[in-house]
Every structure is written in structure tokens, then in C-alpha cells.
Design a protein. Sequence first.
Length: 509
Amino acid sequence: MIRITPIIFIAFIFLSANSIHAQLTDTLIHAAPAPPTLPAAGGTFTDATFGTTLMRVTDASDGSDNHHAYSYWSCMNSNSTRLYVMQTQNIGPTLYDFNSTNFTIANKRAAFASNCPSGSAPDAECAIWSDLDSDVIFVHDRNMHLYSYNVVSQSYTLVKDFTTSFTAGEHSWQMNKNHTNDDLFTFTWKDASWNVGGVFAWRKSNDQLYTYSQTDADECQPDRTGNYLIIKLSGSGQYVVQGRIVNLSTGVIKDITDGGPANPNSPGLFWAPGHGDMGNGTVMGHDNWNNRLVGRTCAAPDSFYTVQYWWNDWSQDYHASSLADDGNWITLSAYAVSTPNSGYYLNEIFQVSTDGQRKVKRLAHHHTDFIADYNANGGNNAYWSSPKASISKDGKWAVFTSNWGSTTRKDVFVVKIPQLATSVQNILSENNTVNVYPNPSEGKFIIQSDDTVLRIEIVNILGEKVYSSNISSDRIEINLCKEPKGIYFYHIIRKQEGATVTNGKIVIE
């Protein structure tokens, strides 16, 4: 039986201007203000809502088509001293020196001084920084050659030639890598006519190749440890297999179907993950049926829980990044794909705790206008103007793309992520308590707060709302005896110098 500590202390931190930024951790709607006037490339400015500091990396001197690649392809090297941008219009793949102390960039230059030794250009989209050597970035040439490229010596080293393992003329595509020890690399493979044939993974330490024929494969990602893969498939619909989780140690593959409830042929293996990322033995992905981010372990993917949900707001999409070594948070960048109907986290870059308690850290408004760009360019540039924020390995920086409300250009930005001091968690805790008891219980709970509780929502592990009420009291009794035994999550809005939010777990036994 899981035991939850019955008393939960929530700290709301108010620090001086010279100390660490008091980051917003509420779940209220913060509408984006008008986009601020941007500085020139290399200049910094402050987010008007969240108080964070941002840098503009590219501007008109770089052209109008500038963007990074994707949320799970790293932009920062392992020690955050270099910044890689997939595309500046006047250079192509671009490299900068990054000073994390002064928050400056310098020495802009072409990322690759030459083509690969094979004669082919390196695939700029899925270039991935080494997690062990800050001077090295891994690339492939789409013709089954994997290289490491040293950005100091500007030299390539062949890591693996896969041509002997595949039919002549086949291609490697969409490289990925585990983000701990540079040991596992994954690819989609395509035939000579560029039709998808499947995916493959290669473990460097023992030169082991894993191949999976899968003509409907969309992409393949390893988890950070390099012990598991997720193969995402292009199909969707009730009971259609949309994801396959592979245990590389045992060879066991578990198929996750789209939709729900559970497919009778695969109990529990449903709500397949869409947009998301892999953690340390975990997979986080969007459940397209219940409009939520779902988490599960790769070892037991038939058990899952809600990480974050968007209620009935189907107007938004988002990308997710788990590149930071701290697996307690996943970085999301939400954007509107249709007329917004709520405003929760609209056009924000923010972080959500991966433990299911739905704690948030709000970072910035990215000000990209996905719909306007789509209409203006016939769809050609809409994808590249979506933010796709990529978190750094140290968790201190997030790189994203925005058109800043424009229909004619895109630029790359970096947001500095406030680091909350570890010593402040007890500040004000004696004056900001929420007492939930008894917990666990048979279904009756008392919630007592020193503040007036304004609203309570409780959801089950599937993210389904089982209780909601607007209240004006500091002591509430809740009866959930009719609900099944299990874990539930509460979301309490309290009045404390404005509205503040407390999240937590309760258990019915």
C-alpha cells in the first residue's frame, strides 16, 4: 500500500531583486501581453509576465528563415558553452560560443567546416551533442555513416559504417541518441526510393545492431539510459498500435494501442503516447483521446498516470523535452493550432513535474503565431515556427523558435531558467499549510487550510475528474466513498495574496 504524507507544506517564495528569481508556480491563466520590441541578435530582454530573461540569437542580419531543430535534439553542448542552431538563412547550420555566466553569444560561424568524409553533407536537423565531450557533436550523412565531429579541430571521425549491414542504396534517417553515455544510437531506415523500411539501433560498447522491420514507423527514440526504445508508428484510431516499447536486454516488445478503454488483446496497454520524450526508463507522451500528458515506465508500460492535462481545451498542441539530467521535470512548449478556447498555458514555455502531482514552473511567453504563419506561407513554414523548446543538459537554458507574431520571419531565442535556491523550501511554510487527513482513507477526507479555499478539483489516475467544487471555506469535508480504491490527485486554488495553487495525492484504500 502506498502511503502519502498526510501534511503537505507548500512554500511560496518572495525574494529580493538581487536574489534568485521568484518563479511563478501557479496554474492561473496569464494572457500574453503584446510582444515586446526585440533587441538585435545577442541582446537580452525580460519577459513581462514571468520576469525571466531571454536572448534573441538571430535577427534580420541572419535573414528571415532562422530556426533550431526539435525538442529532443540538443542545442546546447554538455556544459552549456556552445549553442548549435540548425538554420540561419545566411549560413545554414550555425555554431556560437555561449557564455552562461554573462548570458552572451560570440564567434558565430558555420557549424561544419566541410562535408562528411563520404562526400555527403551532414544531416543538420538531427545533429546531437555528445554527453561526454563538450567539443563533440554526432552527425550522420543519411547514407549509413555515423560520425563524431570535433568543433575545435573541425574534423570528422567515423564512428560506425552501417552500409555492410543493409542493402546497397538504403538510407539512415532521423538519428537519435541516449543522453547519458553516448552508447546507443537509433535511426529510421529507408530504402533506395526513400520508403520507410523500419528502424534500427546500435550499441557502441559491444557493437550490437538491433533491427526492426516496420514500414509504418514514424520515428524511434531511446530512453536516456539506453536500455529501452520507443518505436512510434504513423497509424492512429481505436485499438490501432501506435507505439512499441522495446526492452533491449530481453528483446520483449510491448505494443501500446491508441484509444481506450483497454484493448482486450493487450490489457492496460492503451492511451499510446504522442508528442513527448523519453526519460530515464520512462516515456512521457500526449494522450490524444483525453487531452493530457501521460507518464509510464518502460519496464511496466501497462501502468500509467496523468502528468498534465488541458481539460477540454483542444485548441493547443505542444512539444516536450527531457534532455536535462534532472528527470523530475519535463519542459513543454504549448502553442495554438486553432482558435484558443481557454488560455491555460497558451503560448507558454513551462515545466511540469514528472511525478504526477502537476507542479509547474512557468518560464516565458514565446509569442509565436503558428496560425498566422501557416496562413501566410501556405503551410511551408508553419512547422518551423512552432516553438519546440529544447532544454539544456544542466537544465538552466531552453532554446526555442518564434516568429514573434510575424508572418515573414522566424528567429531563435534562449530563455534563462530561474534556479530556485534549495534552502528556501521552508520559508513561509508555517504560514502556508494545507492539511489533508486522514490519508489514506476509505474515501472521506478533510482538507484544512490557513487560507480560504476557492476551488477544489480531484482527478483519478486516468485524469478523469471525479470531484470539483467552488468553495469559500478554510475547512472542507469531501466524500469519495463511491470511487474505486486507488490514487487520486487534488488541485486546490487558495487565496493567499492573490490565488495560489496546491497539488497533491490522496489514496482511497
